[in-house]
Design a protein around this ligand. Structure first.
Ligand code: SF4
Length: 391
């Protein structure tokens, strides 16, 4: 399994697969080719169907602003992966074509990095294997992560933590409409002003709104594990700050969350276009439940159970962003699933440790199978569900 640093990345919203991925793809092309005369970018599948609402064309225009370029939205041609881009690059030597896939979390798969992608940091590839290893070595999951990652992991996650808190504060300071035709109003600031008590769970919900609104505005956030689901960790870190947890314990909880997110990324999917919102906010919920369980001092098995409960009860969650904008249902959903993560962590302490039938790995496998069975109309195409009803 690769480094958990892939799961938390600082970048601009509103979408890791539809904004950050294409931005990274353009940067990759600009690095690979010299003396470029023109570029034609064709967006397929979900990128073609919801790219406008996700600012895909905006980010490509920005990245290729100094080069003659054309963007084509092709929603008819079938591709193997729903987030496929084709770059036709004309240089003084001729024309070449590169196919690039955006697999979620800002990660892109290119011809060049396809083989090198398997830079393993961990030998274990499932939570079951990890738990067996930890039991054998008599170590916690945090110790397991520290044992495998390089020494700058702590500082890396600290910068992510700082950015999430900054995004909460930034979101709480703003009002007005979010970009796009839906005329969705920012709500976090008003929610905080209306708060009657000092309940950390309510702070959690408001913080989730604050970060999700920042994401919807294309501002700086931390993908966790995607942009659309970034509000879940906004909620969780807002909750941790309210509860006065130490910096060290917050960063260690992010290590656990990263582990759960990375298992989802390598064994299933964290892309709404591939497996629906269960792969984005569902996975964020499982990461959040594990992080909360970790910060509350639960043992390895209880942390695994918290993640399992959160994911099992997110199964079937569809992706139907209204008019392709990462606003409805995404913003409110981040708050709902941050609260759900907290409940899953609580439940993990109540359920007796014996007789645990379903594991996290089982839930993950089921999530992926369910995602593949979901009609493409419920996988980030903006064709059905809320997108169809609310036009
Ligand atoms: S519904 Fe979920 S998966 Fe779809 S765009 Fe919104 S946050 Fe992402």
């Amino acid at each position: 399994m690769r480094s958990i640093k892939e799961i938390f990345v600082i970048g601009h919203g509103p979408s890791s697969s539809h904004t950050m991925g294409p931005a990274n793809a353009c940067e990759y092309i600009l690095k690979q080719y010299e003396n470029i005369k023109s570029i034609k970018v064709t967006l397929y599948g979900s990128l073609a169907l919801t790219g406008k609402g996700h600012l895909t064309d905006y980010i490509i225009d920005l990245k290729l602003k100094n080069i003659e370029h054309k963007i084509i939205f092709d929603s008819k041609t079938e591709t193997k992966h729903p987030n496929t881009m084709e770059f036709e690059i004309t240089t003084n030597k001729g024309t070449s074509t590169e196919t690039i896939i955006s697999i979620g979390g800002g990660t892109i798969v290119t011809k060049e990095n396809y083989k090198n992608r398997l830079q393993e940091v961990y030998s274990q590839n499932s939570l079951k294997e990890i738990l067996i290893y930890c039991n054998k070595e008599n170590i916690s999951l945090v110790e397991y992560v520290k044992k495998h990652e390089d020494e700058n992991l702590f500082d890396y996650l600290k910068s992510c933590k700082d950015q999430i808190l900054a995004s909460i504060d930034s979101g709480l300071s703003k009002e007005g409409y979010l970009p796009g035709p839906l005329k969705v109003q920012r709500k976090a600031k008003e929610m905080l002003a209306n708060l009657k008590n000092d309940d950390p769970a309510e702070i959690m919900a408001i913080s989730a709104f604050a970060v999700a609104e920042e994401n919807a505005s294309g501002n700086l956030i931390v993908i966790a594990p995607t942009c659309g689901s970034a509000g879940v960790f906004g909620g969780i870190l807002g909750y941790f700050r309210k509860k006065n947890y130490s910096e060290k314990s917050i960063i260690e909880s992010l290590m656990i969350a990263g582990l759960i997110g990375m298992l989802a990324k390598i064994n299933a999917s964290i892309s709404g276009a591939e497996a629906g919102c269960q792969a984005e906010i569902g996975v964020a919920c499982a990461m959040g439940a594990a992080a909360i369980a970790s910060i509350k001092g639960l043992n390895n098995e209880q942390i695994a159970r918290a993640a399992e409960i959160a994911l099992e009860h997110s199964l079937g969650l569809t992706c139907d962003p209204v008019q392709g904008y990462v606003q409805i249902p995404c913003i409110e959903r981040c708050a709902v699933y941050a609260l759900k993560a907290k409940n899953a962590a609580k439940l993990a302490t109540l359920i007796p440790s014996t007789n645990n039938k379903v594991t996290f790995d089982d839930s993950l496998k089921t999530m992926y199978e369910t995602g593949k069975d979901l009609s493409s109309e419920y996988r980030e195409t903006g064709k059905k569900g809320l997108s169809e009803i609310f036009k």
